[in-house]
Design a protein around this ligand. Structure first.
Ligand code: ADP
Ligand code: MN
Ligand code: MN
Ligand code: MN
Ligand code: MN
Length: 383
């Protein structure tokens, strides 16, 4: 076994590998649940799944509660709390972390017409945001910049793994043929896990995520989907909810999803979280000038952005931003038109129309979109 996540998954789960291997999730008879989903209960009762980011900054946690009123906005859902000592966010003695509802989605997993996913952010006992709550900072940057209507479009790349930590469908001993035939491909010998991809798209559309598309990626078992473009907080909120939905659906299929930015070392593409950004002036006639001004500002803050673009302050991107395999070098800021080896790319269509948006290719696939979007708003519009 080679490769970052494969090795790490196995080392961190060495004692649990039997748990994973023998996990019955995929093999339980899902039809049995249907007997209970037919049961009628008080239609005023709503099941709400509260979702929040834990102390890793890259995983979510959730718990369910029953509300006795249909919520129409996040504020209609009560604040709640959880045990932060079990999510790497607190010591046992003072362990309550407060969660505050921020965005509502229709729940694609529960059967009630009004059941919801409640996306929350997290606060310490003294009222300050938790270390991994980057939403609070982005919200305040957005308040300062909403006049120019910032839009974000997020590309989420990810990889399916089998429960043994190898990419799904890869031979147990050895490797698939080299990259080339897999990107945007069709065919059983080229593509793995499309059922999960399609189920995920449907569930996100149902939920109210601004889901915008999917494609098979360059490395076999790797995929991408896109969110947006969406105004303000919406793309970042939607990305977290779409990740949660993907984990849940893959759980049912008995497949592991990793957002690790370099699941396999060697000549295998890593995974990115390309972040596309525009403002009203960029989208107007001749907006290319505003696009270029933003790129010049970004070029002066490269180290600050690398720090914000993965959950380990740049450590994860050290494995991915190698200056080859469609990535720029981590040490140097570069930009260009239609160039996928740059830090920031102006898509050809934007150069042609002389207006539109820029694509920041540096964020890793496991980035926190609040942290990335906050850095972009701050550098390009606030500072
Ligand atoms: P590629 O793989 O070539 O980078 P994709 O189609 O995967 O292209 O992604 C394009 C992204 O650009 C999408 O996430 C989309 O939401 C985003 N986008 C398009 N127009 C804008 C815009 N005006 N502002 C911000 N993002 C945008
Ligand atoms: Mn308890
Ligand atoms: Mn893309
Ligand atoms: Mn891609
Ligand atoms: Mn892209």
């Amino acid at each position: 076994l080679s490769g970052g996540i494969a090795r790490r998954l196995i080392s961190t789960t060495a004692s649990r590998s039997n748990f994973l291997k023998e996990s019955p999730n995929a093999f339980l008879n899902k039809n049995l649940l249907n007997r209970y989903t037919r049961l009628k209960y008080d239609p005023k009762l709503v099941q709400a799944t509260y979702v929040w980011i834990d102390g890793t900054g890259e995983n979510v946690r959730l718990k369910d509660r029953v509300l006795n009123k249909i919520p129409e906005k996040p504020e209609d859902c009560p604040d709640w709390q959880y045990d932060g000592s079990s999510t790497y966010q607190a010591q046992g003695g003072n362990s309550d972390i407060a969660i505050v509802p921020r965005a509502l989605y229709k729940d694609p997993f529960k059967v009630g017409e009004h059941d919801v996913i409640v996306l929350c952010d997290t606060y310490k006992p003294d009222g300050s945001p938790c270390e991994t709550n980057h939403r609070a900072a982005m919200q305040s940057a957005y308040e300062k910049t909403k006049d120019v209507e910032p839009w974000f479009g997020l590309e989420q790349e990810y990889t399916f793994l089998d429960v043994d930590g190898r990419p799904l469908g890869w031979p147990v001993n050895g490797f698939p043929g080299p990259q080339g035939p897999y990107y945007c491909a069709a065919g059983a010998e080229k593509v793995v896990g499309r059922d999960i991809v399609e189920a995920h798209a449907l569930a996100c559309l149902y939920a109210g995520v601004d889901f915008a598309g999917t494609n098979a990626e360059v490395m076999p078992a790797q995929w991408e989907y896109q969110i947006g473009p969406s105004l303000g907080m919406k793309a970042a909120d939607d990305l977290w909810v779409s990740r949660y939905i993907l984990w849940r659906i893959a759980e049912e299929f008995g497949v592991v999803v990793t957002f690790d930015p370099k699941p396999m070392e060697g000549n295998w593409n890593g995974a990115g979280g390309h972040t596309n950004f525009s403002t009203a002036p960029m989208r107007e006639e001749g907006g290319i000038k505003a696009v270029e001004e933003a790129i010049i500002k970004l070029s002066k803050e490269h180290p600050k952005h690398i720090k914000a673009y993965d959950p380990r302050g740049g450590k994860d991107n050290e494995r991915r931003l190698l200056g080859r395999l469609e990535t720029s070098s981590i040490d140097k800021f570069t930009w260009g038109v239609a160039d996928r080896s740059c830090s920031v790319r102006i898509p050809r269509g934007v150069a042609k129309a002389q207006k539109g948006y820029l694509e920041d290719r540096r964020p890793s696939s496991n980035m926190d979109p609040y942290s990335v979007c906050n850095a972009i708003l701050t550098t390009c519009l606030v500072d």
